[in-house]
Design a protein around this ligand. Structure first.
Ligand code: AMP
Ligand code: GLY
Length: 420
């Protein structure tokens, strides 16, 4: 069987590795992939915004299944487009992808189906939004409505900071903005909760705790994610039941009321306040770096799960996991999430001798003339699984020290809530 993977991050390398481990797969193509996927698959340098050329390649090569990693092609409707050509695709359709593509779409569903979430208002111009800020409580949360890779969210401590946020959003810092959201600040602990869906039913697919802020102690700017551990320390059967009945099931019902359905991974971003879940956001894909953290624990063949979803046979699959703790630390380019240098060589990669419980997933890397260079903000993901978070972290730190990359930095405190 031939599989295609769209994307070039750590998440896609982790998916690619898991599929490579399956003996049912003969060939994997990555569009466009990175230096890590190049070792185990064929990277195809295609513009992923050009749906037609992707489709032509898939049909020419007779690729049996396409897996879409990132949100952008999903929100733009790549699934719907490829399905018109009878191509099998794992991922949600364009309407369902609005769950991530538009925060307002999701908030309206929350309102109609009584899904617990922060109280909010939608504002269509600067003046109205600023007027509202005069009478709200602080901190308050101000969000751009469109896709902004986790960066279009401001936690404003006072009126002054709020005004700056509103100006930046309406001035187009995160793309053309017709509106924004102002939300109540929820005080609690975050959790990433994953499910996998076949359009008719779904199964849980692990939990994780991401570390979104760039600096140690959860300070500084928001990033795509600086590291994660799995499982989340918050999860228990009672909480899982609440998340499913109060949040996920009503959301699926809302899609069904719109005459559509959900197929693919669903990432439910939650704030847990006193063992009660509140929806912060949906992502219509696996998390990054949560995917790199969770997949190494998966025992079931990933391709069986993905195909079952495409054939609405997920009920026939038993998803099994290693009973281990997993931790991931992301090595970033100095300067991320602002400006950083590209095309910096990464020496010493060959010196890292990974053990069976250690994984190294590439993100912003490419290979040229046998050498590996950085070309992104998040560059490499160091993952280890173990019986204890503490041991997983020790393995990761060892490998980071061996690499010793001058141009990079990482948070040394990933997992501080579960490692004493
Ligand atoms: P989002 O892009 O909506 O996931 O927001 C990015 C990050 O901002 C989240 O992961 C939270 O850390 C924080 N955040 C967003 N909304 C809220 C909220 N209502 N209360 C507290 N923190 C929030
Ligand atoms: N780690 C956060 C995300 O994937 O959006």
């Amino acid at each position: 069987m031939k599989v295609g993977i769209i994307g070039s991050g750590g998440r896609e390398h982790a998916i690619c590795q898991k599929l490579r481990d399956s003996n049912k797969i003969d060939k994997i193509f990555c569009f466009p992939g990175n230096a890590g996927t190049e070792e185990i698959a064929e990277n195809i340098n295609i513009d992923v915004n050009n749906f037609e050329s992707i489709k032509n390649f898939i049909l020419d090569q007779k690729i049996n299944l396409v897996v879409i990693g990132p949100e952008k092609p999903l929100v733009q409707g790549l699934v719907d487009y490829l399905e018109k050509f009878k191509i099998k695709v794992f991922g949600p359709n364009k309407i369902a992808s609005q769950l991530e593509g538009s925060k307002i779409f999701t908030k309206k569903i929350c309102q109609k189906y009584k899904i617990p979430t922060a109280k909010f208002g939608i504002f269509y111009n600067k003046d109205e939004a600023k007027e509202f800020l005069k009478q709200t409580n602080y901190p308050t949360v101000i969000k751009a409505d469109n896709l902004a890779s986790g960066k279009g969210v401001y936690i404003s401590k006072n009126l002054n900071e709020g005004v700056i946020a509103i100006d930046e959003i309406f001035e187009g810092k995160f793309g053309n903005a017709k509106n924004l959201l102002i939300e109540e600040f929820l005080e609690g602990e975050e959790m990433s909760f994953f499910t996998v869906h076949d359009g008719k039913m779904f199964k849980t697919f692990g939990t994780a705790q991401d570390h979104k802020r760039v600096l140690e102690g959860d300070r500084g700017k928001n990033t795509g994610g600086m590291g994660a551990y799995s499982p989340s320390r918050l999860i228990n059967k009672n909480l899982e039941k609440k998340i499913i009945t109060k949040i996920i099931k009503p959301t699926l019902e809302s899609l069904s009321d719109m005459d559509t359905y959900y197929r693919g991974f669903l990432y439910t971003g939650l704030m847990i306040v006193k063992n009660e879940p509140y929806l912060i956001e949906y992502n219509v894909r696996m998390g990054d770096p949560e995917c790199q953290t969770i997949l190494p624990k998966l025992k079931t063949d990933l391709i069986d799960i993905l195909l079952a979803c495409c054939e609405q046979k997920l009920n026939q699959i038993n998803i099994e996991w290693l009973n281990k703790k997993s931790l991931c630390v992301v090595l970033c380019s100095n300067g991320y999430p602002d400006n950083f240098k590209k095309n910096v060589e990464i020496l010493n990669l060959g010196k890292i001798k990974k053990k069976e419980n250690e994984f190294l997933f590439h993100a912003g890397t490419f290979k040229d003339n046998g050498k590996i260079y950085s070309n992104g903000g998040r560059v490499l993901n160091f993952v280890s699984i173990s019986n204890e978070f503490k041991n997983a972290k020790k393995n990761i730190m060892n490998n980071l020290n061996i690499l010793n990359w001058d141009n990079g930095f990482y948070r040394k405190d990933i997992g501080y809530k579960v490692i004493k």
